[in-house]
Design a protein around this ligand. Structure first.
Ligand code: AMP
Ligand code: MG
Length: 487
Protein backbone atom coordinates (compact mmCIF):
# COMPACT_ATOMS: atom_id res chain seq x y z
CA UNK A 1 0.00 0.00 0.00
CA UNK A 2 1.12 3.46 -0.86
CA UNK A 3 1.38 6.85 0.76
CA UNK A 4 -0.25 9.75 -1.04
CA UNK A 5 3.14 11.10 -2.09
CA UNK A 6 4.07 7.82 -3.80
CA UNK A 7 1.49 7.90 -6.60
CA UNK A 8 2.91 7.26 -10.07
CA UNK A 9 1.67 9.53 -12.88
CA UNK A 10 1.59 9.02 -16.63
CA UNK A 11 -0.44 11.88 -18.12
CA UNK A 12 -1.48 10.58 -21.51
CA UNK A 13 -4.31 13.03 -22.09
CA UNK A 14 -2.17 16.04 -21.20
CA UNK A 15 0.32 14.92 -23.85
CA UNK A 16 -2.33 15.31 -26.57
CA UNK A 17 -1.55 18.99 -26.25
CA UNK A 18 -3.22 22.36 -26.06
CA UNK A 19 -5.88 21.66 -28.68
CA UNK A 20 -7.41 19.22 -26.19
CA UNK A 21 -6.90 20.85 -22.82
CA UNK A 22 -5.26 23.82 -21.14
CA UNK A 23 -2.86 23.97 -18.25
CA UNK A 24 -4.62 25.50 -15.22
CA UNK A 25 -3.58 25.37 -11.57
CA UNK A 26 -6.20 24.64 -8.90
CA UNK A 27 -7.31 27.61 -6.81
CA UNK A 28 -7.26 26.39 -3.21
CA UNK A 29 -10.20 26.66 -0.84
CA UNK A 30 -9.63 27.99 2.68
CA UNK A 31 -9.26 25.99 5.89
CA UNK A 32 -9.60 22.62 4.17
CA UNK A 33 -11.01 19.65 6.06
CA UNK A 34 -11.79 16.13 5.04
CA UNK A 35 -15.54 15.54 4.98
CA UNK A 36 -15.56 11.92 3.85
CA UNK A 37 -13.27 9.51 2.02
CA UNK A 38 -13.90 6.17 0.34
CA UNK A 39 -11.47 3.41 1.35
CA UNK A 40 -12.70 1.34 -1.63
CA UNK A 41 -11.84 4.15 -4.04
CA UNK A 42 -8.50 4.70 -2.31
CA UNK A 43 -7.73 1.04 -2.95
CA UNK A 44 -7.98 1.69 -6.70
CA UNK A 45 -4.86 3.84 -6.33
CA UNK A 46 -3.26 1.35 -3.86
CA UNK A 47 -3.56 4.07 -1.21
CA UNK A 48 -3.35 3.14 2.44
CA UNK A 49 -6.79 4.10 3.90
CA UNK A 50 -4.99 5.71 6.88
CA UNK A 51 -3.66 8.36 4.49
CA UNK A 52 -7.08 10.00 4.53
CA UNK A 53 -6.51 11.05 8.14
CA UNK A 54 -3.35 13.01 7.39
CA UNK A 55 -3.44 16.77 7.17
CA UNK A 56 -1.75 16.71 3.80
CA UNK A 57 -4.59 14.64 2.33
CA UNK A 58 -7.15 17.41 2.89
CA UNK A 59 -4.66 19.99 1.62
CA UNK A 60 -3.97 18.13 -1.61
CA UNK A 61 -7.65 17.59 -2.37
CA UNK A 62 -8.47 21.20 -1.58
CA UNK A 63 -5.96 22.48 -4.12
CA UNK A 64 -3.18 23.57 -1.73
CA UNK A 65 -0.55 21.06 -2.77
CA UNK A 66 0.23 19.16 -5.92
CA UNK A 67 2.48 16.23 -6.85
CA UNK A 68 5.42 17.33 -8.96
CA UNK A 69 4.35 14.85 -11.67
CA UNK A 70 0.75 16.02 -11.81
CA UNK A 71 -0.16 18.17 -14.82
CA UNK A 72 -3.50 19.83 -14.09
CA UNK A 73 -5.51 20.43 -17.24
CA UNK A 74 -8.96 21.79 -18.06
CA UNK A 75 -10.43 19.75 -20.93
CA UNK A 76 -12.33 21.29 -23.80
CA UNK A 77 -15.64 19.83 -24.96
CA UNK A 78 -19.06 20.92 -26.14
CA UNK A 79 -22.36 19.08 -26.25
CA UNK A 80 -26.11 19.02 -26.59
CA UNK A 81 -27.86 20.45 -23.54
CA UNK A 82 -31.60 19.78 -23.34
CA UNK A 83 -31.55 19.07 -27.06
CA UNK A 84 -29.73 22.23 -28.21
CA UNK A 85 -26.14 22.34 -29.26
CA UNK A 86 -23.87 24.40 -26.98
CA UNK A 87 -20.57 24.97 -28.78
CA UNK A 88 -18.56 26.05 -25.75
CA UNK A 89 -18.55 23.97 -22.60
CA UNK A 90 -15.40 22.34 -21.26
CA UNK A 91 -14.20 21.91 -17.68
CA UNK A 92 -15.53 25.08 -16.13
CA UNK A 93 -14.81 24.10 -12.55
CA UNK A 94 -12.96 20.80 -12.64
CA UNK A 95 -9.40 19.87 -13.47
CA UNK A 96 -7.85 16.66 -14.63
CA UNK A 97 -4.91 16.59 -12.21
CA UNK A 98 -3.26 13.70 -13.98
CA UNK A 99 -3.44 9.97 -14.65
CA UNK A 100 -2.28 7.61 -11.94
CA UNK A 101 -1.07 4.10 -12.76
CA UNK A 102 -1.71 1.57 -9.99
CA UNK A 103 0.23 -1.60 -9.19
CA UNK A 104 -2.01 -3.63 -11.51
CA UNK A 105 -1.16 -1.29 -14.40
CA UNK A 106 -4.63 0.32 -14.43
CA UNK A 107 -4.90 4.01 -15.18
CA UNK A 108 -7.12 6.29 -13.12
CA UNK A 109 -7.84 9.92 -13.94
CA UNK A 110 -7.73 12.16 -10.89
CA UNK A 111 -10.28 14.89 -11.47
CA UNK A 112 -10.72 17.64 -8.89
CA UNK A 113 -14.18 19.17 -9.17
CA UNK A 114 -14.68 22.66 -7.76
CA UNK A 115 -11.03 23.63 -8.36
CA UNK A 116 -11.63 27.21 -9.49
CA UNK A 117 -11.85 29.23 -12.68
CA UNK A 118 -10.71 27.88 -16.04
CA UNK A 119 -10.95 29.24 -19.60
CA UNK A 120 -14.32 27.44 -19.80
CA UNK A 121 -15.94 28.80 -16.67
CA UNK A 122 -18.25 31.08 -18.70
CA UNK A 123 -20.44 32.93 -16.16
CA UNK A 124 -19.65 30.47 -13.37
CA UNK A 125 -17.35 30.86 -10.38
CA UNK A 126 -15.45 27.62 -10.88
CA UNK A 127 -16.68 26.32 -7.56
CA UNK A 128 -18.75 23.44 -6.26
CA UNK A 129 -20.78 23.63 -3.07
CA UNK A 130 -20.62 21.15 -0.22
CA UNK A 131 -24.08 19.68 -0.87
CA UNK A 132 -23.46 18.80 -4.53
CA UNK A 133 -20.01 17.43 -3.74
CA UNK A 134 -21.44 15.14 -1.08
CA UNK A 135 -24.21 14.08 -3.44
CA UNK A 136 -21.73 13.17 -6.16
CA UNK A 137 -19.56 11.30 -3.66
CA UNK A 138 -22.42 9.26 -2.20
CA UNK A 139 -23.92 8.36 -5.56
CA UNK A 140 -20.62 7.37 -7.17
CA UNK A 141 -19.76 4.97 -4.41
CA UNK A 142 -23.33 3.67 -4.05
CA UNK A 143 -23.83 2.91 -7.73
CA UNK A 144 -20.54 1.07 -7.68
CA UNK A 145 -21.74 -0.99 -4.72
CA UNK A 146 -24.84 -1.87 -6.75
CA UNK A 147 -22.57 -3.02 -9.60
CA UNK A 148 -23.75 -0.18 -11.84
CA UNK A 149 -20.91 1.17 -14.01
CA UNK A 150 -19.90 4.61 -12.71
CA UNK A 151 -17.13 7.08 -12.12
CA UNK A 152 -15.83 6.83 -8.55
CA UNK A 153 -15.21 9.33 -5.79
CA UNK A 154 -12.14 9.36 -3.56
CA UNK A 155 -13.10 12.08 -1.10
CA UNK A 156 -14.86 15.35 -0.41
CA UNK A 157 -13.04 18.25 1.20
CA UNK A 158 -14.93 21.14 2.78
CA UNK A 159 -13.78 24.66 3.46
CA UNK A 160 -14.64 28.07 4.83
CA UNK A 161 -14.55 29.68 1.36
CA UNK A 162 -17.95 31.24 0.70
CA UNK A 163 -19.88 30.63 -2.52
CA UNK A 164 -23.13 32.23 -3.55
CA UNK A 165 -25.94 30.17 -5.01
CA UNK A 166 -29.52 30.94 -3.97
CA UNK A 167 -27.91 31.65 -0.61
CA UNK A 168 -24.45 31.75 0.90
CA UNK A 169 -22.89 28.30 0.98
CA UNK A 170 -19.40 26.94 1.41
CA UNK A 171 -17.06 25.71 -1.31
CA UNK A 172 -16.01 22.08 -1.42
CA UNK A 173 -14.15 19.82 -3.81
CA UNK A 174 -14.82 16.24 -4.78
CA UNK A 175 -12.03 14.10 -6.19
CA UNK A 176 -13.48 12.00 -8.96
CA UNK A 177 -11.81 8.90 -10.38
CA UNK A 178 -12.55 7.44 -13.78
CA UNK A 179 -10.53 5.53 -16.30
CA UNK A 180 -11.33 8.33 -18.72
CA UNK A 181 -13.02 11.71 -18.57
CA UNK A 182 -13.73 11.77 -22.31
CA UNK A 183 -17.37 12.56 -22.94
CA UNK A 184 -19.52 12.34 -26.07
CA UNK A 185 -19.13 16.13 -26.08
CA UNK A 186 -15.38 15.90 -26.66
CA UNK A 187 -16.02 14.34 -30.05
CA UNK A 188 -18.79 16.83 -30.80
CA UNK A 189 -16.44 19.72 -30.11
CA UNK A 190 -13.85 18.64 -32.67
CA UNK A 191 -16.53 17.71 -35.20
CA UNK A 192 -18.46 20.98 -35.04
CA UNK A 193 -15.32 23.12 -35.02
CA UNK A 194 -14.16 21.28 -38.16
CA UNK A 195 -10.98 20.07 -36.47
CA UNK A 196 -11.24 16.65 -38.03
CA UNK A 197 -7.56 15.85 -37.63
CA UNK A 198 -7.92 16.36 -33.86
CA UNK A 199 -11.14 14.35 -33.96
CA UNK A 200 -9.16 11.44 -35.38
CA UNK A 201 -6.41 11.96 -32.82
CA UNK A 202 -8.96 11.89 -30.01
CA UNK A 203 -10.46 8.71 -31.47
CA UNK A 204 -7.03 7.10 -31.66
CA UNK A 205 -6.25 8.11 -28.10
CA UNK A 206 -9.50 6.61 -26.85
CA UNK A 207 -8.94 3.42 -28.85
CA UNK A 208 -5.37 2.97 -27.65
CA UNK A 209 -6.04 3.78 -24.00
CA UNK A 210 -9.50 2.40 -23.41
CA UNK A 211 -10.71 0.13 -26.24
CA UNK A 212 -7.70 -2.04 -27.17
CA UNK A 213 -9.92 -4.80 -28.56
CA UNK A 214 -11.52 -2.34 -31.03
CA UNK A 215 -8.13 -1.06 -32.06
CA UNK A 216 -7.24 -4.39 -33.63
CA UNK A 217 -10.50 -4.66 -35.62
CA UNK A 218 -10.48 -4.03 -39.40
CA UNK A 219 -12.44 -0.79 -38.81
CA UNK A 220 -11.44 0.41 -35.36
CA UNK A 221 -13.62 3.53 -35.22
CA UNK A 222 -16.72 1.62 -36.33
CA UNK A 223 -15.95 -1.01 -33.69
CA UNK A 224 -15.49 1.74 -31.12
CA UNK A 225 -18.90 3.25 -31.82
CA UNK A 226 -20.55 -0.15 -31.65
CA UNK A 227 -18.95 -0.84 -28.30
CA UNK A 228 -20.03 2.52 -26.94
CA UNK A 229 -23.59 1.66 -28.01
CA UNK A 230 -23.33 -1.73 -26.32
CA UNK A 231 -21.96 -0.31 -23.08
CA UNK A 232 -24.62 2.36 -22.91
CA UNK A 233 -27.37 -0.17 -23.54
CA UNK A 234 -26.09 -2.12 -20.53
CA UNK A 235 -25.72 1.02 -18.43
CA UNK A 236 -29.22 2.35 -19.06
CA UNK A 237 -30.68 -1.09 -18.39
CA UNK A 238 -29.10 -0.92 -14.94
CA UNK A 239 -30.50 2.56 -14.31
CA UNK A 240 -33.99 1.47 -15.29
CA UNK A 241 -33.85 -1.80 -13.37
CA UNK A 242 -32.65 -0.07 -10.20
CA UNK A 243 -34.80 3.06 -10.46
CA UNK A 244 -31.93 5.49 -10.97
CA UNK A 245 -32.80 8.82 -12.53
CA UNK A 246 -29.76 10.77 -13.77
CA UNK A 247 -31.56 14.04 -14.33
CA UNK A 248 -29.21 15.81 -16.78
CA UNK A 249 -28.49 13.49 -19.68
CA UNK A 250 -26.88 16.16 -21.82
CA UNK A 251 -24.37 14.70 -24.25
CA UNK A 252 -21.55 16.41 -22.35
CA UNK A 253 -22.53 14.36 -19.30
CA UNK A 254 -22.29 11.05 -21.16
CA UNK A 255 -19.04 9.12 -20.78
CA UNK A 256 -17.38 7.41 -23.72
CA UNK A 257 -16.80 4.47 -21.35
CA UNK A 258 -20.51 3.88 -20.78
CA UNK A 259 -20.32 4.71 -17.08
CA UNK A 260 -22.65 6.89 -15.01
CA UNK A 261 -21.06 10.32 -15.08
CA UNK A 262 -21.48 13.90 -13.85
CA UNK A 263 -23.95 13.55 -11.04
CA UNK A 264 -26.34 16.45 -10.60
CA UNK A 265 -29.93 16.42 -9.36
CA UNK A 266 -30.19 12.62 -9.59
CA UNK A 267 -32.63 10.48 -7.62
CA UNK A 268 -33.46 6.89 -6.92
CA UNK A 269 -37.19 6.34 -7.26
CA UNK A 270 -38.96 6.09 -3.93
CA UNK A 271 -42.51 5.17 -5.02
CA UNK A 272 -42.42 3.79 -8.54
CA UNK A 273 -43.31 6.42 -11.11
CA UNK A 274 -42.20 5.94 -14.70
CA UNK A 275 -42.75 9.65 -15.35
CA UNK A 276 -40.69 10.90 -12.44
CA UNK A 277 -38.66 14.06 -13.18
CA UNK A 278 -35.89 14.49 -10.63
CA UNK A 279 -34.45 17.70 -12.06
CA UNK A 280 -36.38 20.71 -10.87
CA UNK A 281 -35.12 22.67 -13.92
CA UNK A 282 -36.43 20.09 -16.42
CA UNK A 283 -39.90 21.52 -16.98
CA UNK A 284 -40.77 19.40 -20.02
CA UNK A 285 -39.56 16.14 -18.53
CA UNK A 286 -37.04 15.54 -21.28
CA UNK A 287 -34.97 13.58 -18.76
CA UNK A 288 -37.81 11.86 -16.94
CA UNK A 289 -37.17 8.33 -15.68
CA UNK A 290 -38.74 6.50 -18.62
CA UNK A 291 -37.27 8.92 -21.18
CA UNK A 292 -33.76 7.89 -20.21
CA UNK A 293 -33.93 5.02 -22.70
CA UNK A 294 -34.78 7.05 -25.86
CA UNK A 295 -32.56 9.92 -24.65
CA UNK A 296 -29.55 7.62 -24.37
CA UNK A 297 -30.15 6.58 -27.95
CA UNK A 298 -30.55 10.23 -28.95
CA UNK A 299 -27.21 11.03 -27.36
CA UNK A 300 -25.61 8.09 -29.12
CA UNK A 301 -26.96 9.48 -32.39
CA UNK A 302 -25.32 12.81 -31.53
CA UNK A 303 -22.05 10.99 -30.94
CA UNK A 304 -22.53 9.07 -34.19
CA UNK A 305 -22.99 12.36 -36.05
CA UNK A 306 -19.68 13.57 -34.63
CA UNK A 307 -18.00 10.40 -35.86
CA UNK A 308 -19.19 10.73 -39.47
CA UNK A 309 -15.74 11.89 -40.66
CA UNK A 310 -14.32 8.61 -39.32
CA UNK A 311 -17.03 6.00 -39.92
CA UNK A 312 -19.46 5.27 -42.80
CA UNK A 313 -22.95 6.51 -42.07
CA UNK A 314 -24.46 3.08 -42.73
CA UNK A 315 -22.23 1.48 -40.13
CA UNK A 316 -23.13 4.10 -37.56
CA UNK A 317 -26.81 3.55 -38.27
CA UNK A 318 -26.50 -0.21 -37.98
CA UNK A 319 -24.77 0.11 -34.58
CA UNK A 320 -27.34 2.60 -33.36
CA UNK A 321 -30.10 0.14 -34.20
CA UNK A 322 -28.54 -2.36 -31.84
CA UNK A 323 -29.24 -0.10 -28.89
CA UNK A 324 -32.89 -0.91 -28.17
CA UNK A 325 -32.74 -4.70 -28.55
CA UNK A 326 -29.57 -4.82 -26.46
CA UNK A 327 -31.10 -2.56 -23.83
CA UNK A 328 -34.20 -4.75 -23.68
CA UNK A 329 -32.19 -7.94 -23.31
CA UNK A 330 -30.10 -6.50 -20.46
CA UNK A 331 -33.12 -5.02 -18.76
CA UNK A 332 -35.05 -8.27 -18.94
CA UNK A 333 -32.10 -10.19 -17.51
CA UNK A 334 -31.72 -7.76 -14.60
CA UNK A 335 -35.43 -7.72 -13.82
CA UNK A 336 -35.59 -11.51 -13.89
CA UNK A 337 -32.86 -11.54 -11.29
CA UNK A 338 -34.67 -8.98 -9.18
CA UNK A 339 -37.78 -11.17 -9.30
CA UNK A 340 -35.80 -14.25 -8.32
CA UNK A 341 -36.13 -15.93 -11.70
CA UNK A 342 -32.97 -17.70 -12.73
CA UNK A 343 -34.44 -19.36 -15.82
CA UNK A 344 -36.00 -17.56 -18.78
CA UNK A 345 -39.54 -17.97 -20.07
CA UNK A 346 -41.40 -16.14 -22.82
CA UNK A 347 -43.97 -14.68 -20.48
CA UNK A 348 -41.42 -12.99 -18.20
CA UNK A 349 -41.48 -9.70 -20.01
CA UNK A 350 -45.25 -9.48 -19.64
CA UNK A 351 -44.99 -10.33 -15.95
CA UNK A 352 -42.55 -7.45 -15.43
CA UNK A 353 -44.63 -4.99 -17.45
CA UNK A 354 -47.79 -5.89 -15.55
CA UNK A 355 -46.05 -5.42 -12.23
CA UNK A 356 -44.76 -1.98 -13.20
CA UNK A 357 -48.22 -0.97 -14.43
CA UNK A 358 -49.72 -2.00 -11.11
CA UNK A 359 -47.07 -0.04 -9.24
CA UNK A 360 -47.66 3.00 -11.44
CA UNK A 361 -51.39 2.84 -10.94
CA UNK A 362 -51.05 2.47 -7.19
CA UNK A 363 -48.70 5.41 -6.82
CA UNK A 364 -47.39 4.38 -3.41
CA UNK A 365 -45.32 1.26 -3.93
CA UNK A 366 -41.74 1.69 -2.81
CA UNK A 367 -39.81 0.47 -5.82
CA UNK A 368 -36.69 -0.80 -4.04
CA UNK A 369 -38.28 -2.27 -0.95
CA UNK A 370 -40.84 -4.17 -3.02
CA UNK A 371 -38.10 -6.38 -4.48
CA UNK A 372 -36.30 -6.74 -1.17
CA UNK A 373 -39.46 -7.83 0.57
CA UNK A 374 -40.38 -10.16 -2.29
CA UNK A 375 -37.34 -12.29 -1.49
CA UNK A 376 -37.92 -12.41 2.27
CA UNK A 377 -40.47 -15.20 2.24
CA UNK A 378 -41.83 -17.86 -0.10
CA UNK A 379 -43.83 -16.34 -2.99
CA UNK A 380 -47.28 -17.48 -1.79
CA UNK A 381 -46.72 -16.02 1.66
CA UNK A 382 -45.07 -12.78 0.66
CA UNK A 383 -47.58 -11.69 -1.98
CA UNK A 384 -50.28 -11.67 0.71
CA UNK A 385 -48.24 -9.04 2.56
CA UNK A 386 -47.27 -6.99 -0.45
CA UNK A 387 -50.81 -6.69 -1.82
CA UNK A 388 -51.71 -4.03 0.76
CA UNK A 389 -49.58 -1.48 -1.10
CA UNK A 390 -51.62 -1.84 -4.28
CA UNK A 391 -54.80 0.03 -5.05
CA UNK A 392 -56.35 -2.53 -7.37
CA UNK A 393 -56.07 -5.58 -5.15
CA UNK A 394 -57.80 -8.00 -7.50
CA UNK A 395 -55.46 -6.99 -10.34
CA UNK A 396 -52.54 -7.52 -7.99
CA UNK A 397 -53.91 -10.93 -6.96
CA UNK A 398 -54.05 -11.95 -10.61
CA UNK A 399 -50.44 -10.88 -11.07
CA UNK A 400 -49.43 -12.62 -7.83
CA UNK A 401 -51.02 -15.84 -9.02
CA UNK A 402 -49.00 -15.76 -12.26
CA UNK A 403 -45.86 -14.86 -10.35
CA UNK A 404 -46.29 -17.70 -7.85
CA UNK A 405 -46.91 -20.18 -10.65
CA UNK A 406 -43.87 -18.87 -12.48
CA UNK A 407 -41.72 -19.06 -9.35
CA UNK A 408 -42.85 -22.62 -8.75
CA UNK A 409 -41.18 -23.57 -12.02
CA UNK A 410 -37.82 -22.45 -10.58
CA UNK A 411 -35.61 -24.98 -8.84
CA UNK A 412 -34.24 -24.69 -5.34
CA UNK A 413 -35.33 -23.90 -1.81
CA UNK A 414 -36.77 -20.66 -0.45
CA UNK A 415 -33.49 -20.21 1.41
CA UNK A 416 -31.59 -20.29 -1.88
CA UNK A 417 -34.15 -17.97 -3.46
CA UNK A 418 -33.79 -15.46 -0.66
CA UNK A 419 -29.99 -15.51 -0.86
CA UNK A 420 -30.11 -15.07 -4.63
CA UNK A 421 -32.61 -12.21 -4.46
CA UNK A 422 -31.00 -10.40 -1.54
CA UNK A 423 -27.72 -10.39 -3.46
CA UNK A 424 -29.30 -8.22 -6.17
CA UNK A 425 -32.02 -6.31 -4.29
CA UNK A 426 -30.54 -3.69 -1.96
CA UNK A 427 -31.87 -3.23 1.54
CA UNK A 428 -30.29 0.23 1.77
CA UNK A 429 -31.08 2.82 -0.86
CA UNK A 430 -29.49 6.22 -1.43
CA UNK A 431 -32.64 8.21 -0.98
CA UNK A 432 -32.64 11.95 -1.46
CA UNK A 433 -33.87 12.62 2.04
CA UNK A 434 -31.11 10.50 3.60
CA UNK A 435 -28.52 12.40 1.57
CA UNK A 436 -30.22 15.65 2.57
CA UNK A 437 -30.06 14.86 6.29
CA UNK A 438 -26.37 13.99 6.03
CA UNK A 439 -25.72 17.16 4.03
CA UNK A 440 -27.44 19.38 6.58
CA UNK A 441 -25.32 17.88 9.36
CA UNK A 442 -22.15 18.37 7.29
CA UNK A 443 -23.13 21.97 6.60
CA UNK A 444 -23.19 22.40 10.37
CA UNK A 445 -19.74 20.86 10.69
CA UNK A 446 -20.84 17.36 11.72
CA UNK A 447 -19.41 14.82 9.27
CA UNK A 448 -20.38 11.70 11.22
CA UNK A 449 -23.76 11.25 9.46
CA UNK A 450 -22.35 11.43 5.92
CA UNK A 451 -19.58 9.02 6.87
CA UNK A 452 -22.07 6.61 8.38
CA UNK A 453 -24.41 6.85 5.40
CA UNK A 454 -21.51 6.18 3.03
CA UNK A 455 -20.39 3.19 5.09
CA UNK A 456 -23.90 1.69 5.18
CA UNK A 457 -24.42 2.23 1.45
CA UNK A 458 -21.11 0.63 0.58
CA UNK A 459 -22.66 -2.73 1.53
CA UNK A 460 -26.23 -2.19 0.37
CA UNK A 461 -27.25 -5.84 0.20
CA UNK A 462 -26.14 -6.85 3.71
CA UNK A 463 -28.27 -6.18 6.74
CA UNK A 464 -26.13 -4.17 9.18
CA UNK A 465 -26.64 -4.01 12.94
CA UNK A 466 -28.21 -0.83 14.21
CA UNK A 467 -28.78 0.61 10.74
CA UNK A 468 -32.50 -0.08 10.45
CA UNK A 469 -33.36 3.59 10.03
CA UNK A 470 -31.57 3.60 6.67
CA UNK A 471 -33.75 0.77 5.42
CA UNK A 472 -37.09 2.38 6.10
CA UNK A 473 -39.60 3.82 3.70
CA UNK A 474 -39.10 7.55 3.26
CA UNK A 475 -41.35 9.98 5.12
CA UNK A 476 -43.85 11.88 2.91
CA UNK A 477 -41.74 15.09 2.95
CA UNK A 478 -38.73 13.06 1.92
CA UNK A 479 -40.37 12.00 -1.32
CA UNK A 480 -40.89 15.53 -2.57
CA UNK A 481 -37.54 17.20 -2.16
CA UNK A 482 -36.67 19.46 -5.06
CA UNK A 483 -33.07 19.31 -6.12
CA UNK A 484 -31.95 22.15 -8.34
CA UNK A 485 -29.18 22.20 -10.92
CA UNK A 486 -27.29 25.10 -9.35
CA UNK A 487 -24.50 23.37 -7.55
P1 AMP B 1 -23.06 20.52 -15.45
O1 AMP B 1 -24.45 21.02 -15.48
O2 AMP B 1 -22.47 20.39 -14.06
O3 AMP B 1 -22.88 19.27 -16.23
O4 AMP B 1 -22.16 21.65 -16.13
C1 AMP B 1 -22.36 22.13 -17.44
C2 AMP B 1 -21.21 23.05 -17.81
O5 AMP B 1 -21.16 24.17 -16.93
C3 AMP B 1 -19.84 22.42 -17.73
O6 AMP B 1 -19.05 22.97 -18.75
C4 AMP B 1 -19.36 22.83 -16.37
O7 AMP B 1 -17.95 22.84 -16.27
C5 AMP B 1 -19.92 24.25 -16.27
N1 AMP B 1 -20.14 24.66 -14.88
C6 AMP B 1 -21.05 24.18 -14.01
N2 AMP B 1 -20.98 24.82 -12.83
C7 AMP B 1 -19.99 25.73 -12.94
C8 AMP B 1 -19.41 26.71 -12.07
N3 AMP B 1 -19.85 26.88 -10.84
N4 AMP B 1 -18.41 27.46 -12.56
C9 AMP B 1 -17.95 27.31 -13.81
N5 AMP B 1 -18.45 26.43 -14.68
C10 AMP B 1 -19.45 25.64 -14.26
MG1 MG C 1 -21.46 18.21 -16.77
Amino acid sequence: MKALTDLVFDNRYARLGDAFSSHVLPEPIEAPRLVVASPAAMALLDLDPAEADSEVFAQVFAGHKLWSDAEPRAMVYSGHQFGSYNPRLGDGRGLLLGEVVNGAGEYWDLHLKGAGLTPWSRMGDGRAVLRSSIREFLASEYLHALAIPTSRALCVTGSSTPVWREKRESAAMVLRLAQSHVRFGHFEYFYYTNQHEQLRQLGEHVLACHFPTCQTQPQPFAALFQEVVERNAALIAHWQAYGFCHGVMNSDNMSILGITFDYGPYAFLDDFDANHICNHSDGSGRYSFSNQVPIAQWNLAALGQALTPLVELEQLRASLELFLPLYQAHYLALMRQRLGLSSAEDGDEGLIQQLLQLMQQSGAVDYSLFFRRLGEQAPEAVVRLLRDDFVDRSAFDAWAESYCARSARENGSQEARRTRMHAVNPLYVLRNYLAQQAIEAAENGDYAPVRELHAVLSRPFEEQDGMQRYAERPPEWGKHLEISCSS
